[in-house]
Design a protein around this ligand. Structure first.
Ligand code: GDP
Length: 365
């Protein structure tokens, strides 16, 4: 069964409005025989606060839209949802392709919903995602149980764009989901590059999924990614793989000892589990909740969220300045010329950059 917000109908930014609509019909859900009208910011907010999944899905589409009109409405919706957000636990889940993220998130999600109640939203950050090919993070078809769970909302990564842009949209979607009553947020990201940093900057707990079996598990992992992890979990600890996974776990534990103590005061834990066979899932989530209790008690939870809010303020400024510069029609033309001069060796990169920036600042006056 398809989750409602997955259907094309729900993805549009309009709903059928009530010209002939009986008063007892939910304007967000009744479709088919009424003419379309665009939702106002207040319509979105009202629907979101009611926990209406279809309106939430449309609001996320609005956030992801590049259309400036949509963006203006989206910002208003986000601002109005902000006071209703924040009351969730946000968990980043990262791992290289094939680590078992989708399989695990499916199991993890069902487990936390059954064990801890509430509602779960699964979002993703994947700046490289192209919807037409390859595996897509947050892909519902790869999360069979969760995708039909009435308490879940799954949304794939915003389509390809700059990492900053994609990550900002995911962060804004978190706000909308929380306002809609989702008190558990998973942010899936692929464990190969900078998207971890972006993911880490919006979650309370960063879970790194690893695999055993290569004999030199630690070599391929960037130190920075390991340092970000609040928990490392070795997946596929089943069948013939159990010994290898336990060996890998002890290697990770040893390696973590060499890192400086995290600011949170928490000692990152290393566990083994099997997403496919549902083994060790409970222990993974007991660890996450133990961490949340720990950092809520010592004040780090609040501190990390404040630091993240600050980080995102600067990120937004950077992104908007960059966009304003690169999208200015005059600058666009000048960039081509500047690039040519640099390539032909007629101007140094520095002089070309200065020339372009001076021109940009002059255009602002
Ligand atoms: P992703 O690319 O990180 O999302 O990984 P997937 O969830 O798509 O899993 C990649 C492959 O590993 C699939 O063939 C899964 O069936 C398999 N897999 C995932 N979890 C486990 C596990 O716990 N044990 C075993 N043996 N295989 C698994």
């Amino acid at each position: 069964m398809e989750h409602p917000e997955n259907s094309e109908e729900y993805k549009g930014l309009t709903v059928n409005s009530g010209v002939e609509q009986p008063s007892n019909v939910n304007p967000y859900l009744k479709r088919g025989c009424f003419k379309h009208r665009t939702l106002t910011a207040n319509d979105y907010v009202e629907g979101i606060l009611k926990g209406d999944v279809s309106v939430l899905g449309q609001a996320v589409t609005l956030v992801e839209s590049l259309n400036p009109t949509h963006q203006t409405v989206a910002q208003e919706v986000i601002e109005k949802c902000l006071p209703h957000s924040g009351k969730s636990i946000r968990v980043g889940i990262s791992g290289v392709p094939g680590a078992g993220k989708s399989t695990s998130i499916d199991e993890f999600g069902v487990h936390v919903l059954e064990e801890y109640g509430g509602k779960l939203a699964v979002l993703a950050i994947d700046p490289s995602s192209e919807r037409s090919k390859g595996s897509i993070l947050g892909d519902k078809t790869r999360m069979e149980k969760l995708s039909v769970h009435p308490k879940s909302f799954i949304r794939p990564s915003p389509s390809a764009g700059s990492l900053g842009g994609v990550a900002r949209k995911t962060r804004e979607s978190i706000i909308l989901c929380e306002a809609a009553g989702y008190d558990k947020i998973f942010v899936e990201t692929v464990g190969v590059g900078q998207s971890e940093t972006a993911c880490h900057s919006m979650v309370d707990f960063f879970l790194l999924i690893q695999l055993a079996g290569t004999g030199d598990e630690l070599q391929g992992i960037k130190r920075g990614i390991m340092e970000m992890a609040d928990g490392i979990v070795i997946n596929k600890c089943d069948g013939n793989n159990v010994d290898k996974c336990q060996l890998a776990a002890s290697q990770f534990r040893n390696a973590l000892h060499l890192f400086p103590a995290p600011e949170s005061g928490w000692t990152p834990e290393v566990l083994t589990y099997s997403g496919f066979y549902g083994l060790g899932i409970k222990e993974v989530w007991e660890m996450v909740y133990r961490y949340i209790d720990f950092v809520k008690t010592n004040g780090y939870f609040e501190h990390r969220r404040n630091e993240q809010a600050k980080y995102w303020m600067y990120e937004s400024i950077n992104e908007q300045l960059r966009n304003s510069f690169y999208q200015h029609p005059t600058i666009k033309t000048m960039l081509e010329a500047g690039e040519r001069l640099v390539l032909e060796g007629k101007q140094t990169s520095f002089v070309a950059a200065k020339h372009l920036l001076d021109a940009y600042f002059a255009l602002l006056h």
